[in-house]
Design a protein around this ligand. Structure first.
Ligand SMILES: O=C(O)c1cc(C(=O)O)c2c(n1)C(=O)C(=O)c1cc(C(=O)O)[nH]c1-2
Length: 249
């Protein structure tokens, strides 16, 4: 039976409550001040791969949308990351964080040293959005419903525990606190409006679950590679590589 709008929204929020990556132990280490500088660097390098793929994912989405009103509502997501004449954009802000933790931003932007499992997970998300229905693609973006809480926790935890953290290095997260709510309000309303059969509701819930897996897998990969006993896969970043100082000398 088709769920009521309210029950369906509760079901989506429950997926976040049970599966969102705020529950991952790597985030406890990071936000609690228990990551070494190299573990923070590994997170910054790998998470950059997610950041830089998001606008490509959104462009893939928009290329399939026939409704100009939906494209119009969606396109600010690309600008939020890539920037505009008067907004430097999320990718540049992330590279500011990279510099603050001692990495060469050009190294980070090269995506060299990104863990294989990070690539597999993130590329799977881009492919998912390219190939599945628009409803599934929008539903997958709804993990952002749960992101403001983790961004606020992260700002607080990093400021408290790490010397590199300040308004400039954390500006990425401060901006997301402003940007994400409008995206997610639109996305949630769109999914609630368009998932008008039980079959579509199930597909939307499965898409959101898939996305929680994409996020969780990235942190599993990071934890396995860089938290003791560290098992860095061949070709992935090794502490000491890609440091800002190496370039200057
Ligand atoms: O730090 C985080 O935990 C986190 C999570 C997510 C998410 O839930 O997918 C996004 C972001 N940040 C983020 O900054 C962002 O721009 C973003 C875009 C999207 C998306 O799927 O379109 N998710 C996320």
């Amino acid at each position: 039976m088709t769920q009521t709008r309210e029950d369906f929204e509760t079901r989506l929020r429950q997926i976040g409550a049970e599966r969102y990556h705020d529950l991952h132990p790597f985030h406890d280490l990071l936000h609690g001040g228990n990551c070494t500088p190299d573990q923070v660097r590994a997170w910054v390098i790998n998470r950059y791969y997610y950041q830089h793929s998001i606008p490509m994912k959104d462009a893939a989405f928009m290329s399939r949308v026939t409704d100009p009103a939906l494209r119009r509502a969606w396109r600010s997501r690309i600008e939020d990351h890539d920037g505009t004449d008067d907004n430097e954009g999320g990718i540049k802000r992330w590279l500011r964080l990279a510099r603050a933790v001692g990495l060469d931003p050009d190294y980070v932007a090269s995506c060299e040293g990104v863990l294989p499992a990070t690539k597999f997970a993130v590329d799977a998300y881009v492919r998912y959005v390219r190939e599945k229905t628009l409803l599934e693609a929008v539903s997958a973006s709804l993990t952002e419903l749960f992101a403001p809480k983790i961004h606020a926790n992260r700002i607080q935890g990093l400021l408290k525990n790490y010397a590199f953290a300040d308004d400039s290095s954390l500006s990425y997260f401060k901006n997301r606190l402003k940007e994400a709510p409008k995206d997610v309000a639109f996305g949630l309303a769109w999914v609630l409006d368009h998932a008008d059969t039980r079959e579509k509701q199930d597909a939307a819930a499965a898409a959101l679950t898939f996305k929680t897996d994409v996020l969780w897998s990235q942190l599993d990969a990071l934890h396995s590679a860089y938290v003791t006993p560290a098992r860095i896969p061949p070709g992935a970043w090794v502490p000491g590589d890609g440091l800002a100082l190496q370039k200057a000398s």
